[in-house]
Design a protein around this ligand. Structure first.
Ligand SMILES: Cc1cc2nc3c(=O)[nH]c(=O)nc-3n(C[C@H](O)[C@H](O)[C@H](O)COP(=O)(O)OP(=O)(O)OC[C@H]3O[C@@H](n4cnc5c(N)ncnc54)[C@H](O)[C@@H]3O)c2cc1C
Length: 375
């Protein structure tokens, strides 16, 4: 039986719950809104499948063929402003759909929650675009992917490396028809804090909130600011981004993520080509419209990637592009534990005032910084 009590050893991929042959496991939110398996002892037969299938603490690295592993800069111009970096994810999804494959990825729902969805039509693929800085709900996804694969469909799955590891474990018998693309991941924040933040924004905005964009590409690739569309009036702020980048509200397993390395559970890794400005390729991205980094790990990933239409595709040496989460896990903020305790006891507005950009401490520090700048 798995040990859901240890929050650091569960990424919430839902694979154990969906593999359980007697449906003894349900995924239930903790006070931060992160899903964890809860086992019904009356149903559990102690068969041990959940512990065997759990990919997290085993972090089974696949056999990587160094000859097949390549780093590329990638950009696809079409509708680039609707993508987070160079549009790689959308280019791969469009190619998959044109080949009759089924695509799975993270989408934002009308209530602003984030969950993985299944997409078959080109017009729906747009819902997967852009990074959603909150953990995506994977309920039902391992089962749906297995059903597609059993029916002979080919599948492209995009998500965090821990989600890809869960899908790889669930669908190990059908791996040849499954392409896994993971993102370089800095950590996934709490769905409940995000829901509270949206409620707070709606209350402050007074008008109807139509759209939220976590890192709005229209504001520039390097500017980590989010935007909100209140019935045609755009608000640009970094209030939520500030909490996110402080790593105050990440899932506990992110802080010892076994995939923050080159041992990826995927065929292709997608990320931002951070650091490009210090290389000979700087001019390719000096328009601030974003550039993707693609790391192709397997021959299957290579043949899919190579035939994907592009505007820029440039093979590069890994060195300058080995950003933090390809080497080490995200460092926890020393205040992360007290943030969680305060949030659970006192709620969102309290922690936003105490730890966020609206905090008195932040404003004093910012004021001193600005004042010093004039000395
Ligand atoms: C929480 C998070 C942290 C990230 N941290 C980094 C980082 O440290 N360094 C870096 O280089 N890149 C990071 N990225 C990835 C990066 O921001 C881009 O999403 C990626 O480069 C793809 O950009 P694109 O232009 O190809 O695709 P886009 O068209 O922008 O597509 C976004 C892709 O990301 C997937 N996705 C979006 N949100 C989620 C989510 N919450 N959970 C799972 N999958 C999701 C979608 O399924 C889609 O495939 C992060 C993304 C997320 C969601």
């Amino acid at each position: 039986m798995i040990h859901p009590a240890d929050r650091k050893l569960c990424s919430g991929c839902c694979t154990c719950a969906e593999a359980c042959p007697v449906q003894a496991i349900t995924m239930s939110p903790d006070p931060m809104g992160f899903l964890y398996p809860v086992i019904d002892p009356a149903r559990c037969t102690d068969c041990g499948l959940c512990a065997r299938i759990c990919p997290f603490d085993k972090a089974r690295p696949q056999e990587l063929d160094p000859a097949a592993e390549h780093f590329y800069l990638f950009r696809k111009e079409m509708d680039l402003e609707k993508s987070q970096s160079g549009g790689l994810s959308d280019a791969l999804a469009s190619r998959a759909i044109s080949l009759g494959m089924v695509v799975y990825g993270a989408a934002m729902e009308d209530d602003f929650s984030v969950r993985h969805i299944r997409v078959e039509k080109m017009e729906d693929a747009g819902r997967l675009r852009l990074s959603k800085y909150v953990q995506s709900n994977m309920r039902g996804i391992p089962t749906a992917i297995l059903e597609d694969l059993k029916a002979g469909r080919k599948v492209l799955f995009t998500g965090t490396p821990c989600q890809c590891a869960g899908i790889a474990a669930a669908a190990s018998r059908y791996r040849e028809n499954l392409i896994l693309c993971d993102i370089i991941c800095h950590g996934v924040p709490s769905p409940k804090v995000w829901a509270d933040y949206i409620a707070y924004r709606k209350k402050k905005g007074r008008k109807r909130l139509l759209r939220a964009v976590f890192r709005d590409p229209a504001e520039g690739w390097h500017r980590a600011v989010e935007s909100y569309d209140f019935s045609g009036k755009k608000l640009v702020t970094d209030e939520y981004s500030y909490l996110y980048y402080r790593c105050l509200m990440d899932r506990p397993s992110c802080l010892q993520c076994p995939y923050s390395s080159m041992n990826r559970p995927s065929d292709i890794t997608m990320g931002d080509a951070w650091g490009i400005e210090k290389t000979e390729y700087a001019a390719l991205a000096d328009d601030e419209r974003g550039m993707s980094l693609a790391i192709v790990h397997t021959p299957k990933g290579a043949s899919f990637f190579i035939d994907t239409p592009f505007s820029v595709r440039q093979e590069v040496e890994p060195g300058p592009f080995m950003q933090q989460n390809l080497r080490v896990t995200t460092y926890p903020d020393p205040e992360a534990n007290s943030f969680e305790n305060d949030y659970i006891r006192k709620g969102f507005r309290y922690v936003n005032r105490k730890y966020g950009k609206v905090s008195l401490r932040f404003r004093i520090r910012h004021w001193i910084g600005t004042w010093k700048g004039y000395q």
